[in-house]
Ligand binder design. Structure first.
Ligand SMILES: *Cc1c(COP(=O)(O)O)cnc(C)c1O
Length: 365
């Protein structure tokens, strides 16, 4: 059997008619940028999350850097973020000239809230919390800290559409929630897309202006903005996907529970979910000291795997200028050496999953 780490085609074919009808509807409408589909999607996604405002953008990275820009966080300001995130989280901080201050992750792969306070200085302006792999971070403790030190709280929800902490959806707990709709995300478009979500009317207004060259009224520009608009066709297709998001998440939870109940191998550490949090299982990430061997073993059986992520941002070439040495974030670096994402996708069959389970259980170092 041949099993890919992810299969976007399955997610398309399940709702093929709805997607194709919507695509044709938009193509035939004669209106392709900032129209009915975008405003309807913004309304529906805000409602889904229980947030007041949603502003569609071109991608998730834009959502991040525009969030920091609007909050006035830039040159020389420090932003606290977990060390083991996707590099886009960090670029969202540094594009504005701000400095990322890395904190080690906990056993749920999210920021270790016990290690944040020691990193706060008088230059700290914000915490960027990343709900990595689809699991909500420990937001109560983080909110306590942002109140105590008067910090802004931005959420990177690129992997966590629909995940909750204490029944509140990620993206609505901090000042700004940043979403990506890159095709492989749980709420994926058929191209790039992103959004900012907020309950703050002023932030929403500034963001709406910023994404369209800083203009509220055509050809009257208030600020130097960006071109970061969500396309009508992507918004329309996202509306279709959003209408099925809960069942898609439910399916991922079932698949993940099945892995959790049936993978037994002493060389492998399975993921866990924190009390009070939920995961939408963007990735199913195991950990093993025998990673190279396991990748080869599974590969020989036709099973593909991915590493999220092999090089932590502080050790990537792009961030050599920060001067953070190898060994300074031992847990982050250990995770980068040991994590492995095994196949998980909407439309994965029982046979496919059983094949993966049997292969992993038969692995001997
Ligand atoms: C995908 C992702 C992003 C960036 O989103 P794009 O739409 O690809 O720009 C940011 N942060 C995290 C954690 C991501 O997984």
């Amino acid at each position: 059997m041949n099993i890919l780490p992810n299969r976007l085609d399955r997610g398309f074919f399940r709702y093929q008619r709805e997607f194709e009808d919507k695509a044709l509807e938009v193509l035939r409408s004669g209106w392709y940028i900032l129209g009915r589909e975008v405003s309807s999607f913004e309304e529906e996604f805000a409602k889904y999350l229980d947030a007041k405002y949603c502003i569609g953008l071109a991608n998730g990275l834009d959502a991040l850097w525009i969030a920091f820009r609007i909050l006035g966080i830039g040159n020389g300001d420090e932003v606290i973020v977990q060390g083991n995130t996707y590099i886009a989280s960090v670029m969202g901080i540094t594009i504005n000239g701000a400095i990322p201050v890395f904190v080690e992750p906990d056993e749920y792969y999210n920021i270790d809230v016990e290690k944040i306070e020691e990193k706060i200085t008088n230059r700290t302006k914000a915490i960027l919390v990343v709900h990595l792999y689809g699991q909500a971070s420990k937001m109560d403790k983080i909110l306590d800290l942002t109140k105590k030190y008067n910090l802004r709280l931005i959420e990177d929800c690129a992997q966590s559409h629909g995940a909750c902490f204490h029944q509140r959806k990620t993206g609505t707990i901090g000042d700004i929630g940043c979403f990506s709709f890159y095709p492989s995300k749980n709420l994926g478009a058929f191209g790039d897309g992103g959004a900012i979500v907020t309950n703050d009317e002023e932030i929403a207004k500034e963001c709406r202006i910023f994404r369209n060259y800083g203009s509220e009224k055509r050809y009257y520009n208030k600020v130097v903005g960006a071109n970061s608009r969500l396309d009508e066709i992507q918004a329309g297709l996202l509306r279709v996907r959003l209408s099925h998001l809960n069942e898609l998440i439910e399916e991922r939870i079932q698949l993940s529970n099945n892995y959790l109940a049936n993978i037994h191998n002493p060389y492998i550490e399975l993921p866990t979910v924190r009390k009070g949090a939920t995961s939408v299982w963007h990735q199913f990430v195991i950990r093993t000291k025998k990673r190279d061997k396991l990748i080869e073993y599974l590969g020989n059986k036709g099973i593909g795997t991915l590493i999220h992520y092999p090089i932590p941002p502080h050790l990537s070439e792009a961030y050599r200028y920060l001067g953070i040495e190898k060994g300074s974030l031992p847990i982050t670096e250990k995770y980068a050496d040991e994590v492995l994402s095994i196949p998980l996708y909407n439309g994965m069959t029982d046979d496919e999953q059983q094949y993966v389970i049997d292969a992993i259980n038969s692995f001997k170092s």
